[in-house]
Design a protein around this ligand. Structure first.
Ligand code: 5RP
Length: 293
């Protein structure tokens, strides 16, 4: 029997206080559904609306890339510093501790290795499996201007449709072919196409006139780090991208191939979330590196 005796019967409906309607401030994302926004909140920091994604998915087409030979040894100690881990489902299930509760961006396209035509990718994960591993977004490579351009765009739009059914954001990764010019004109075309076709956010490379790329893309842009650079140069690139409208980095080799990956990712965080100037961030990197011995 319900225990109703002595039940408190005084209500406060706060009649003079209108219900709060929180605006979701992440660029271009306010009209998304609740589940989609909630997943994006696992990726983008609520204070800065920016993210430091740690990209370790290179093995899906490059094999055991330098620095990723042993994910358990080299990457797992960095997990506490990343807002999000970008990886494949193979690495997630075999080497990522299930106690990790921050965002996971799951690589969802694949097929060819570096030995073949790279743009000939297909969807490599279905939405059900992405949900099963609690992914916060799925990532798909889009090869604008590449040999299999239409196929890769079709991979993306099919994932966007599936993602919209379940509240799963899609990250479009604009892959630039070996022979293509990596400039703002190309990046404007590629990022805008991905946004128009429905992805939640886009990953691209930092180029000159980057502010025109971010200005003409209606959803957040994160930058890839690219090949390993000296630490100060990588921090400068991240700083310039953020100051020119990027919403974060999805950085791999410039973190895990650094002499001091933990120091580097902490310095990158300062640049991304606190607008720290690159020289100051580099000093922090050196201090943390020396303290670690
Ligand atoms: C592979 C990817 C990688 O995640 C991406 O290139 C980021 O890593 P890096 O900073 O090493 O370039 O999307 O296609």
């Amino acid at each position: 029997m319900a225990d109703t005796e002595g039940m408190k019967d005084s209500h406060n409906y706060h009649l003079d206080t209108p219900q709060e309607n929180e605006v979701f401030t992440l660029k271009g994302c306010n009209s998304l559904d609740w589940g989609m926004k909630n997943r994006l909140s696992n990726i983008f920091d609520a204070q800065s609306d920016r993210t430091v994604m740690l990209a370790v998915d290179h093995g899906y087409f490059m094999g055991p890339t330098t620095g990723l030979e042993r994910i358990d040894i080299r990457i797992n100690p960095l997990l506490g510093y990343a807002d999000t881990l970008m990886c494949t489902r193979g690495v997630l299930r075999s080497m990522t501790p299930p106690s990790y509760t921050r965002g996971i961006v799951l690589r969802a396209s694949g097929g060819p290795s570096i030995l073949k035509e790279m743009s000939n990718e297909h969807i490599a994960v279905n939405m059900e499996d992405a949900l099963r591993v609690n992914a916060s977004a799925v990532a798909v490579q889009v090869f604008i201007g590449g040999e299999y351009e239409t196929q890769s765009v079709n991979n993306m739009t099919r994932l966007v449709d599936a993602g919209n059914r379940y509240g799963m954001p899609v990250l479009s990764v604009t892959a630039v072919g070996r022979d293509m010019v990596r400039d703002a004109k190309y990046m404007r075309l590629a990022t805008r196409m991905c946004a128009e076709l429905g992805c939640a956010y886009v990953k691209t490379y930092y180029v000159d006139d980057f502010e025109t790329v971010t200005a003409s893309c209606p959803v957040p842009i994160v930058i890839a780090g690219g090949k390993k650079l000296p630490e100060l140069d990588a921090l400068t690139m991240a700083h310039n991208a953020i100051q020119q409208g990027a919403s974060g980095v999805d950085m791999g080799r410039n973190i895990f191939q650094s002499d001091a990956p933990a120091a580097m990712i902490q310095a990158v965080r300062k640049v991304v979330h606190e607008d720290m100037p690159p020289k100051e961030a580099f000093e922090l990197y050196e201090t943390l590196k020396n303290a670690a011995g």
